[in-house]
Design a protein around this ligand. Structure first.
Ligand SMILES: [Zn+2]
Length: 397
């Protein structure tokens, strides 16, 4: 019998402080492998990407008995997929992003991974290498005892979360190609171990209106791109008003649309031949990023007397699960924290319909993420590890 007796598994793991040290040792080691996303690289980070961390995780997961595959999200920036086969029909998955934000303004050594005052410090400590450390510690501990989780477990180490969140779409397509039917999918983010069951989506569009330059003493010889932008902006304001007054069914609140930048003109005495208008659209549950991007382009095209060229910067769907879903309720009960929705976006944008339930969950607070000093409380790591043992069906307490 390979399975740990349920009533004693947690104690077996936690009786000994060595097991907490096992998690913090892993976290220190992972923080010490820089994985700043290339878009966030700077003089201090040098050339950077997730590649080194991905290679390290690939071999660690293999050593821990997983079937491992990698798939490039961008050249040299792979997702790593690790699958542990269980003996039940249940399929659980965890998405943990490898990339971190910039370290350029951080205090001290951002990659020292030091342990001090009950915390582990360094870039990625809370966002989001903590969950890698926990799963590596649990799987390593089980392997040493000849056990493994009873469920089927897929861990996806994703590239490119912090900028484009494109690694998530690549993982989603991999799950579909494999024909996997995931029961539950956790997206690792710092949630103080409580469940986050929704966040808004986002669409970014730049509208470029083209006119014809002329001397402003003879404006009739030109086509003024700035004045052509006026009815475009009026149409966008009307759309924002429509969104504000449309009733919504979830705690995500209404979708919003904001005109956030306008650029145009060359000189006081030249009729402007170009004007760009930037639009930031936030999507609520039930809205589709592709549809709403298309609607913005159609509104602008219909309103403008001059040609409009649209560039879509990003199309991220909203994420929403009813708080009544079993996994959301379970995590809430186990952590003592009510389900909440997040102000930030995550890889969950890509996962609608991919699993029975999708939820954001992980140790530590988002308030410590992206800061000049980043850390995670060791007590949070312990709590998350306990919850992972329960979720994986290894223990009941
Ligand atoms: Zn994150």
């Amino acid at each position: 019998m390979w399975r740990v007796r349920e009533d004693t598994a947690t104690n077996q793991f936690w009786d000994n402080m060595v097991e907490t040290k096992r998690i913090t040792d892993w976290l220190t080691r992972l923080v010490q492998i820089p994985s700043v996303g290339p878009e966030n690289a700077g003089p201090r980070s040098g050339d950077s990407s997730e590649a080194r961390l991905a290679a390290e995780l690939e071999s660690l997961f293999s050593e821990l008995g997983a079937e491992v595959e990698t798939e490039d999200v961008y050249p040299g920036r792979p997702n790593v997929y690790a699958t542990w086969r269980g003996e039940s029909e249940r399929w659980l998955a965890v998405d943990i992003h490898m990339d971190t934000v910039s370290i350029e303004t951080m205090e001290g050594d951002p990659f020292d991974g030091r342990i001090e005052g009950g915390r582990v410090y360094g870039r990625g400590a809370v966002d989001t290498k903590a969950t890698f450390a926990i799963l590596l510690a649990l799987l390593e501990w089980m392997r040493e005892r000849g056990t493994r989780p009873p469920v089927n477990l897929v861990v996806c180490a994703t590239a490119d979360e912090e900028t484009g969140a494109h690694g998530a779409a690549v993982f989603r397509d991999w799950v579909r190609r494999k024909g996997l039917r995931l029961d539950e999918l956790i997206v690792a983010e710092p949630t103080l171990c409580g469940p986050i069951n929704g966040h808004k989506g986002a669409v970014g569009v730049i509208l470029e209106i083209s006119g014809t330059a002329a001397h402003s003493s003879k404006p009739e010889l030109g086509q003024n791109a700035i004045t052509a932008a006026v009815p475009v902006i009026q149409a966008l304001v009307a759309e924002q008003e429509r969104l504000r007054t449309t009733p919504v069914a979830t705690e995500l609140g209404p979708g919003t649309l904001s005109v956030t930048m306008i650029k145009g003109g060359q000189a006081l005495n030249i009729i402007p031949d170009r004007c760009t208008v930037s639009v930031d659209r936030r999507l609520t549950a039930g809205e589709s990023a592709a549809d709403e991007a298309g609607r913005i382009v159609a509104l602008a095209t219909a309103a403008s007397p001059l040609p409009v060229k649209a560039t879509i910067l990003h199309e991220l769907n909203p994420f929403y699960e009813a708080a009544s879903k079993a996994l959301v309720q379970q995590l809430s009960e186990w952590s003592g924290r009510a389900p909440t929705v997040a102000a930030y976006a995550s890889n969950a944008w890509a996962y609608e319909g991919l699993a029975g339930t999708v939820v954001l969950f992980g140790p530590g607070s988002i308030e410590q993420a992206h800061r000049d000093v980043e850390w995670v409380e060791i007590s949070e790591l312990e709590q998350a590890a306990r919850l992972y043992l329960r979720w994986l069906g290894v223990s009941e307490s």
